[in-house]
Write a protein that binds this ligand. Structure first.
Ligand code: NAP
Length: 248
């Protein structure tokens, strides 16, 4: 049974693995046996230590994933990988009447455009080589809901859910699994402003059936599942990990 989830001998590329959910996903995959390629703009020193403690290796590639510019270099420097986790993402908050084009573009480019072109770059190689691979997108509750004062974030994460299904339709028959994890409300930099706002924070907590915010390590199990042989027949799923938020 444990072999179903074993990632020994696999290499997983995780974007934005220096902190937050990306760090927890990278460490979870390493604990299941995978070596990690961490791609991002900040040095993943803490994550490297955790991956090494799990007995695996971490290779860091420095890249600003706010545009598609570094993608060809990232693919070349990463070498062969079997698992891609598009985790890097940003959020910008403002009333929609005041929302700027710069905030729209920054969020859409990082969260959606780069996730698509990284997926394309790796899937192209896997398909040309006649082998499969696993792509995990990091979606959001705002892949299902509207959110408040975050129009480009909602558009990007709803787009990512659609993209997960679109790519699954094209690549499932070629052995490439494309699925998404939709985290609920987790304690990371991304939600710092929400947690600092006492009213919003209370309202959010009151709606979570589990009665607490998610901890980054709450995501590791689903990431390992979607990266492993256990999910070989799963395609185009957007899996909520939300303490029951959507069930409310
Ligand atoms: P976080 O702590 O802010 O982490 C975001 C990660 O993305 C960081 O590693 C960050 O690097 C990286 N990143 C952002 N822009 C980048 C760029 N231009 N180039 C390279 N790396 C970049 O937030 P998080 O909560 O862990 O977010 C991870 C993912 O989960 C995001 O896609 C987010 O939308 C999603 N998510 C989070 C929640 C939540 O409740 N926390 C809920 C749903 C979905 P730096 O450290 O260098 O900025």
């Amino acid at each position: 049974m444990s072999g179903l989830f074993d990632l020994t001998g696999k290499v997983a590329l995780v974007t934005g693995a220096n902190t937050g959910l990306g760090q927890a996903i990278a460490v979870g995959l390493a604990q299941a046996g995978a070596d990690i390629v961490a791609v991002g703009r900040s040095a993943p020193d803490e994550t490297r230590k955790m991956v090494v403690d799990a007995g695996r290796k971490l290779t860091a590639i420095t890249a600003d994933l706010g545009s598609t510019e570094p993608i060809a270099r990232v693919v070349a420097d990463a070498g062969p990988i079997e698992i891609l986790v598009n985790n890097a993402g940003i959020i910008r908050r403002a009333d929609s009447t005041e929302f700027t084009e710069a905030d729209w573009d920054a969020v859409m480019d990082t969260n959606l455009k780069v996730a698509f072109f990284l997926s394309q770059a790796f899937a192209k190689g896997w398909i040309a080589a006649g082998r499969g691979g696993k792509i995990i997108q990091v979606a959001s509750m705002l892949s299902f809901q509207g959110g408040v004062r975050v129009p480009s974030y909602t558009a990007s994460k709803s787009g990512l859910a659609g993209l997960t299904k679109a790519l699954a339709n094209e690549w499932a028959g070629k052995g490439v699994n494309v699925n998404a994890i939709a985290p609920g409300y987790f304690t990371t930099n991304n939600t710092e402003a929400l947690r600092a706002d006492e009213t919003r924070s209370r309202q959010i907590l009151a709606r979570i059936p589990a009665g607490r915010w998610g901890l980054p390590e709450d995501l590791a199990g689903v990431a390992v599942f979607l990266a492993s042989r256990a999910s070989d027949y799963m395609h185009g799923a957007v899996v909520p990990v939300d303490g029951g938020w959507l069930a409310r």
